[in-house]
Design a protein. Structure first.
Length: 353
């Protein structure tokens, strides 16, 4: 009998892995509080596989953990539940820390109190743990210029002068989060690793780039920029793009992410720490343009607006994921955005309703 617990299992990524998990494990429970910012209604999401039991509750609730673990001992825990608004986390730091950090420790305390040691944890960490990451000058010297200051952004100095951003790589890029959200995701990594090492379990960590695709919440204004672009383009509007539109991102398709998480959940490896992206960076304006072209909307326009805490560039290498998880991304941005638009147009299964 193998049991899998997925915290945040009714969300975008949780629903996308639910069918495969239901086939792989004897019993799967999704623990999710159906957060109103993510879920339009408190109904069970239609995209959650029928064979997954949904337990509605909050990961910070000690009593809930007690009753759940009394009847269900997970062999594998996939820890997805989180407050995920990067910009929001600057003004709602306590809420982010409470769910992401205390929620994680509550789960671990509840497991320890009952002597339950899952074989494996999988953590969906984030590119946000790197902050601005490493940059390189023309002589090849690598530095960590840190966070862009408000005065830099106000004067529209978007890049660090004379430097070029390097792609993130989990075994070489230092972690220097520039958002509260990123700091809490890094804390989750350290907490899970420390617990797993102490109790003879393992913590496989995947650091996700920007995930998008069918099933994403269309009602959450704090996440999912590609779905926002697609909705604006569908309305025939010119998409407004921040800064100078040249921020680089690595948009990775939900099905590729689902395969990576499943691989991390079922591998015999105990030391996975890998970046999950496409390995290809694209500027935000070009992403907006793909959506505009699909719907025949006018070209996107640059607004020079900015958000504190947004990093300038974020992309990753996928070599570690290939080596550790035998995983490769399969969907290009063009194909993925087309699939997302098709899903938006046809109103298929959703995680947010
Ligand atoms: N989607 C991305 O681009 C992305 C990128 C990097 C990392 N991640 C990480 O992946 C994980 C899942 O992301 P997602 O895109 O599926 O997000 P999502 O918001 O769709 O799903 C998160 C789920 O967690 C639930 N949840 C939130 N707070 C909870 C709480 N206190 N108790 C119980 N459940 C709670 C929500 O109801 C939601 O169903 C998160 O940990 C996030 O940090 C996502």
């Amino acid at each position: 009998m193998t049991n899998c617990l997925v915290t945040g299992g009714a969300g975008f990524i949780g629903c996308a892995i639910s069918s495969a998990l239901a086939q792989q494990f004897d019993k799967v429970i999704a623990l999710d509080n159906l957060h109103p910012q993510v879920h339009k209604t408190s109904e069970r999401p239609s995209a959650l596989d029928d064979n997954v039991e949904l337990v509605v509750g909050d990961i910070t609730d000690q009593a809930l953990w007690g009753s759940l673990l009394a009847r269900f001992q997970p062999d594998v825990v996939i820890h997805l539940a989180a407050e995920t608004g990067t910009g929001q986390s600057l003004t709602e730091a306590t809420r982010h820390a409470h769910v992401n950090v205390t929620g994680t420790t509550r789960m671990l305390d509840a497991l320890a109190a009952r002597g339950i040691v899952p074989t494996r944890f999988v953590l969906s960490s984030s590119r946000a743990v790197y902050g601005e990451g490493a940059w390189c000058d023309s002589n090849g010297n690598v530095s960590y210029p840190g966070q862009r200051s408000d005065s830099m952004l106000e004067s529209q100095t978007w890049d660090f002068p004379g430097l070029q951003a390097l792609p993130f790589c989990a075994d070489t890029t230092q972690t220097k989060p520039t958002s509260i959200y990123g700091a809490t995701k890094l804390a989750q990594e350290h907490i899970l690793k420390a617990w797993a090492l102490s109790f003879g379990s393992s913590a496989n960590i995947v650091r996700l780039q920007n995930v998008y695709g069918p099933g994403q919440s269309l009602s959450n204004p704090y996440t999912g920029i590609v779905s926002l672009f697609a909705r604006l383009a569908k309305e025939g509007r010119s998409i407004p793009v921040y800064e100078d539109g040249k921020m680089l991102r690595d948009f990775v398709f939900i099905e590729d992410v689902a395969r990576a998480i499943l691989a991390a959940a079922t591998t015999v490896r105990t030391d996975v720490l890998a970046d999950i992206g496409t390995g290809v960076s694209t500027n935000i304006w070009s992403i907006a343009r793909i959506a505009a072209q699909i719907y025949g909307a006018p070209d996107p326009h640059v607004t020079s607006q900015y958000r504190n805490g947004d990093v300038r560039h974020a992309a990753c290498k996928v070599d570690l994921a290939a080596e550790q998880l035998n995983w490769k991304p399969e969907t290009s941005a063009e194909d993925g955005i087309r699939l997302l638009c098709h899903w938006i147009d046809n109103g298929n299964k959703r995680a947010d309703a």
